[in-house]
Design a protein around this ligand. Structure first.
Ligand code: UD1
Ligand code: CA
Length: 427
């Protein structure tokens, strides 16, 4: 079955109260909300359409730079979720497969769940399936209204709901499967006679029933997965839910997380067995950490980091876009960026790789070969290579390549002035 995804990402996101960032480009652990949704569909759909509108330029650029296979479609003005989907009609005139619709603001949905949802749609011979779930506090979500025989009737938005409808705890997840050939004509028939004066996508349920289509709901067990982000409070809560899920996965795979309450690890990080993550560590973006490593306390891995086996990344160490080979230690208070560290390297406390030139605004690489030892409080001014086994004396400011097994030292000679203090005091 040919499946295409439509991701709604044109809305203003008014409740986020942001002047600079469109809602779907807000981030959780270094990845945008839209990125999570695209990653969860890209492996099983043949094409992704992202509907953009508010801050269209930024969202388009993000999609172009990160998801080259996805297409963006402009919705302007933004007249509601139903209007947003109607924007793909010209592109899908002859399409006769399944369209999976999702919102760009629900990053917690899992790929397995979406596949199961599509399979349910196909197994039920459904024309139109909506994902629902049960929330103890359903406020702000559309409510699923059922007939006496329990079959679906319609979806009512919170703002249009009667008190009785507001009491319903089954809510619309905002994820739908449509047999496009049968449902596409709905989009030219939606009305705006509702509290928000918008074309509601949710109205396709009642439309489908009127057309005597096979309309079904798939009830999702883990309601956390469809937690939608409308405000900064939701954003923080979604981060917590996602992080808990990630940490449990790592622990189940044999990673020790000393304090799950203060540790953050992104879902795109791989961690080997018997690695220990100490408290207050923050790991965002895509990273790979080997076996038997010790990370933290208070370490910050910022993405693009590869840490091999038996590595120590200690207290207050920040690492970005770098590879640290096995048996290497970066023990304390260091910054390692755009670097390659060999095996058995030792980095003294307070070492900095100066990777950024603020004049040219370029970043350069630091390469430390196997067995290099860097004395405390050194600055490695990139681009720079320290060849195998070389040592850097403490306080070194290294602006040139250092050959193998050499000592590089930039210290001025130590002066010791005998009795200096006593002389001062007797003046
Ligand atoms: C929507 C659903 C609601 C459901 C909830 C689930 C409607 C009318 N309501 O409500 O039933 O419970 O999602 O999270 O569909 N968007 C556009 N163009 C527009 C308007 C919105 O692309 O013109 C996008 C937004 O960027 C967002 C998504 O559609 O990603 C949902 O819009 P939002 O305003 O957040 O809808 P909710 O009020 O959350
Ligand atoms: Ca929403």
């Amino acid at each position: 079955m040919d499946i295409k995804a439509v991701i709604l990402a044109a809305g203003k996101g008014t409740r986020m109260k942001s002047e600079t960032t469109p809602k779907v480009l807000h981030e959780i652990m270094g990845k945008t909300l839209l990125g999570y949704v695209l990653d969860n569909v890209k492996n099983f759909v043949s094409e992704e359409f992202v509907i953009v509108g508010h801050h269209a330029q930024e969202v388009e650029t993000f999609v172009k730079n990160n998801y080259t296979d996805a297409r963006t479609v402009l919705q302007t003005p933004q007249l509601g979720t139903g209007h947003a989907v109607s924007m793909v009609c010209p592109y899908l005139e002859n399409f006769d497969g399944v369209v999976l619709i999702l919102c760009g603001d629900t990053p917690l949905i899992k790929e397995e769940t979406l596949k199961e949802f599509v399979n349910f749609h196909l197994a039920q011979n459904s024309d139109l399936t909506v994902m629902s779930t049960i929330f103890d506090n359903p406020a702000n979500y559309g409510r699923i209204i059922r007939d006496k025989d329990n079959s679906l009737k319609c979806i009512v938005e919170e703002k249009d709901a009667t008190l009785e409808q507001k009491a319903v705890k089954e809510v619309n997840a905002g994820i739908y499967c449509l047999n496009w050939g049968k449902v596409k004509s709905a989009f030219s028939q939606l009305k705006t006679n509702n509290a928000q004066g918008e074309y509601y996508l949710t109205d396709i349920i009642a439309w489908g029933k009127e057309q005597k289509l096979n309309v079904n709901a798939y009830i999702l067990q883990d309601s956390n997965e469809i937690y939608g982000i409308n405000s900064r409070i939701n954003l923080a809560q979604a981060g917590k839910i996602m992080n808990k899920r990630n940490l449990e996965k790592y622990m189940q795979n044999g990673v020790t997380i000393v304090d799950p309450d203060s540790t953050w690890i992104s879902e795109d990080t791989e961690i080997g067995q018997d690695t220990i993550i100490y408290p207050s560590t923050y790991i965002e973006g895509k990273n790979k950490i080997g076996k038997n490593c010790k990370i933290g306390p208070c370490a910050h891995l910022r993405g693009g980091v590869e840490v091999c086996d038996n590595v120590k990344v200690g207290n207050f160490v920040e690492v970005k876009k770098s590879r640290i080979s096995s048996n290497t230690n970066v023990g304390h208070l260091s910054y390692i960026g755009d670097s390659e560290l060999g095996e058995h390297v030792n980095i003294g406390a307070g070492t900095i790789t100066a990777n950024y030139n603020p004049i040219t605004k370029t970043k350069s690489k630091t390469i430390l070969k196997d067995n290099v030892k860097v004395g405390s409080n050194s600055v490695l001014v990139a681009p720079v290579t320290v060849e195998e086994g070389a040592n850097i004396g403490a306080g070194g400011i290294i602006t040139k390549n250092v050959p193998s097994w050499a000592l590089a030292i930039t210290r001025s000679p130590l002066k010791v002035i005998a009795d200096w203090v006593k002389i001062q005091m007797s003046k």
